[in-house]
Design a protein around this ligand. Sequence first.
Ligand SMILES: [Zn+2]
Length: 193
Amino acid sequence: MKFLNRQLATLPWTHLAWGKPLIPKHAFTLWIAIKQKLSTLDRKCTSHIDSVTCVLCNNALESHDHLFYMCPFVKPLWTFIQIPCGFYIQPTNWASLISWAAYHWRGEGSSHSSSFSRLALASLVYNVWAEHNRRIFTGRKLTQNSLLHLTLDSVRAKLLSTSIKDSTTRRQIVEEWNLPSSVLRQPAKPPDI
Ligand SMILES: [Zn+2]
């Protein structure tokens, strides 16, 4: 276990999928997606399946890069979740998105709230993977709009249950997420002397 912890500590993206405020099942799916170890169709034995075409768009080979970023069903969702998080990027692929996020969301001092952004990243990845499985195993489909609202609602619900340290940047993001100002925690005052 010590070896595993040492190994994880050296990975530059570990902090994206580790610790608060992530929802555990979202964090786990994000972790596996970053390592590109989910059972996407391109990784399965093709002799037992009819097609390796993406089940979300039916128009490309289903890989991690395609499913979690390049897919025309998913890519617009990334644009929408960036707005309330307060950043805007257009990476070339899934790996460059993770590299960008790992560099910029390293801690409390980043230019935007890394906690909000990590939460949104993990929520979207989880919900995309859930939709992928829903279509394969139940035949049911959610629309892009429904998937976006599932993602945003889970982030908002998590933020409502947490206490957020007050700052100008975070106050703006709280407004973007339409959260009550009561979630903001005032910085501790120095003791009276
Ligand atoms: Zn697709």
